[in-house]
Design a protein around this ligand. Structure first.
Ligand SMILES: *[C@@H]1O[C@H](CO)[C@@H](O)[C@H](O)[C@H]1NC(C)=O
Ligand SMILES: *[C@@H]1O[C@H](CO)[C@@H](O)[C@H](O)[C@H]1NC(C)=O
Ligand SMILES: *[C@@H]1O[C@H](CO)[C@@H](O)[C@H](O)[C@H]1NC(C)=O
Length: 465
């Protein structure tokens, strides 16, 4: 923008009439100076860029190549079912089919097959060990389906253990006031632990619903979504933030709780409208300097807000930036790679899947730019519906910089407890991608890709420190 004005101003201001010769000479000089200036600026800028971004990263280890394979997903969409609701707001025939409980593809979207890590334990690291099967039923070490929806993972250095927190939804699904949205009464925040990110032991309910007091935020008739937990080194507390709402989503607040141990029970402190704004889908991000941030969908989901927390992580500060203004994004999942910040978000279509977008920024409060759809799959409809899932968290694998686990939820609105987990490799590599919207910078960003796989596993050695 600024560059445009620089060009425009001298031309409109110089009036070349009687002394036109003098004018054209000065114009030539002016243009020459401007062009030289631009070249200098561009040069400085691209040097700067090279040090900030990975323009030419080291080649990824060869075992990444398997993860970057573009996998086909061949299924035929049957002809439209006449009974289908005409006011369906979905984006593709695939999503219509997905939302149809009687679809002949139901077994593809919600396969009955269970993945039971206990069945392969002790059998050595053979080929059936440690594979993720996105969309299949994933059992914990007791043999029950894992209940940690809209979740996050905390790596606890004290115990060298991963903790997976999420909505424990193992109750009946019903429609609020018989018309919607589909809901399950609050049970609480489920907590699971693992050393290998594949075998998960149920630790119990880290923050439980309130059964009797109807005025309590956590009363079972309310809404608790997207719990996120981070550790505060200073206070040595585990701090949980979550979306707290009433059943018609009009309250729009964020709740805060803390605990001395990762498994809880967490002590609930209360809820607030951060910076006096509505807050619905949200996440937390703890930066390398230990400053933590709250990111939340606000202003009727039209704008995302981001702002730092206080040092104890128990409140927001007065600093807040509005980002993605008017873009209507939710389900934020944030990560950082080589000094650049990234966020995956979804659109706002209730429980129905839609297209993911990835956004980037060089400083955490912005300017944020939207890069595009990170999903890579052989099937286009799968690509524009985030593999029929919605982002919730991105987990870095520190042993392999550039490799992350993208965690998403495949919501099942007719039986929310049977919603499935879609975990896939997310890779930031060197093929640059342009921003969607062109600001002054119009910069190239490292490409962020999420690769679809029916089954996949982490590269060997991911957990050796
Ligand atoms: C690998 O483990 C599976 C499941 O336990 C077993 O059925 C299979 O025989 C094993 N394969 C080899 C080569 O050991
Ligand atoms: C660290 O873990 C040990 C047990 O492994 C526990 O006794 C201790 O309280 C933990 N410390 C923190 C700060 O969580
Ligand atoms: C959080 O901070 C705001 C001001 O920034 C203050 O009004 C509010 O009382 C604080 N909440 C708590 C629970 O400390």
């Amino acid at each position: 923008m600024r560059m445009k004005n620089l060009y425009k101003k001298p031309i409109t201001n110089l009036r070349c009439s009687s002394w036109s010769r003098y004018c054209s000479i000065s114009l030539v000089i002016l243009w020459t100076l401007l062009i030289l200036g631009c070249i200098l600026l561009l040069h400085l800028y691209s040097n700067n860029n090279t040090s900030l971004n990975i323009i030419h990263p080291p080649p990824l280890p060869s075992h990444f190549h398997q993860l970057q394979h573009v996998e086909k997903e061949n299924f035929q969409i049957p002809p439209p079912n006449k009974k289908r609701s005409p006011q369906s707001k979905s984006i593709t025939p695939l999503v219509d089919e997905f939302l149809d409980q009687d679809s002949s593809l139901r077994h593809v979207f919600f396969p009955h097959k269970t993945i039971d890590p206990m069945k392969t334990i002790g059998k050595g690291k053979n080929d059936s060990y440690n594979y993720y099967y996105p969309g299949k039923i994933w059992l914990d070490t007791d043999g029950n389906p894992i209940q940690a929806h809209g979740g996050c993972i905390l790596y606890d250095e004290n115990s060298s253990t991963y903790y997976w927190y999420g909505e424990y939804k193992d109750g009946p699904t019903y429609l609020h006031n018989n018309k919607g949205p589909a809901r399950v009464d609050i049970i609480g925040v489920g907590c699971y632990s693992s050393k290998d990110l594949w075998t998960w032991k149920k630790e119990g309910i880290a923050l439980a619903a309130e059964k009797t007091d109807k005025t309590h935020d956590l009363h079972k008739s309310n809404v608790l979504e997207r719990p996120k937990v981070i550790y505060n080194e200073k206070t040595r507390k585990y701090v949980m933030w979550m979306h707290i709402d009433n059943a018609n989503y009009a309250k729009a607040t964020v709740g805060i709780a803390f605990s001395d141990t990762p498994t809880g029970p967490f002590k609930y402190l209360g809820s607030q409208r951060p910076h006096r704004y509505q807050s619905r889908d949200m996440t937390l991000f703890k930066d390398e300097d230990n400053v933590a941030y709250l990111i939340y969908s606000s202003e009727e989901n039209n704008v995302m807000h981001i702002g730092p927390l206080t040092e104890d992580y128990l409140n927001v500060t007065s600093v807040m930036k509005r980002i993605f203004v008017g873009q209507r994004r939710e389900a934020p999942a944030m990560f950082k790679h080589k000094g650049t910040y990234y966020m995956v978000t979804s659109g706002c279509t209730g429980w129905a899947p839609n297209e993911a977008l990835v956004h980037s920024a060089e400083t955490i409060l912005g300017t944020w730019e939207t890069i595009g759809n990170p999903c890579v799959a052989g099937n286009k409809m799968f690509r524009v519906s985030t593999f029929l899932a919605q982002s919730t968290f991105v987990l870095p694998l520190t042993r392999f910089p550039g490799l992350f686990i993208f965690m998403a939820d495949r919501w099942n609105p007719s039986e929310l407890r049977d919603s499935r987990y879609v975990w896939l490799p997310l890779i930031v590599d060197g093929h640059e991608d342009q921003a969607f919207q062109y600001g002054f910078d119009n910069k190239l960003w490292p490409r962020v890709s999420i690769y679809w796989h029916k089954k996949w596993k982490l590269p060997l050695g991911w957990n050796t420190f």
